[in-house]
Design a protein. Sequence first.
Length: 180
Amino acid sequence: MKEVKAYSKYPLSSIIIFNSTVVAHFVLGGLGIIYGYSFSWAGYLFGALYLGFAFAIMYGIMPFEVCPNCVYYRLDNAICISGMNLFSRRIAKQGDLKDFANRSKGVLCHSRMYIASLIVPIVAIIPALVLNFSPFVLAVLITLLVLLLVRVLVVIKKIGCVHCAAKNECPNASSRCILM
């Protein structure tokens, strides 16, 4: 087997690919919910709530709850796959490496909430297609499914987890980094 180099500083292209797939998934998911249920004000509300939830989990809670406990927070000149360790250093106090595994513990842990932010729009759009079929919403659903597959099979396995310096401490790596 070929040895894979762990990055202390991910290449900019990897960070852009990672964040682009996350943001695209969230935005398309929100749009799919809004358009899928546009026959009711509840669709707009649910779509907006989903967008707020998804972005809060990834770009709001993570730098406070997950990043301070990660090895990338401590490494000089390090940049993780999301780049959030740089932001976290500015806004959060350093945590404990032993607490890094807590990101996957408990019903409402960060990892489960993040996975929910990727799955919720897919699940929500399916009934919308039955109630209010639209070629646009169908295209959004298909795109979300493709993004999820690309994320699992390429972004995480080939770009992210394989080069991560925290993979020995990461509970997501022990479960093969399925979505994170």
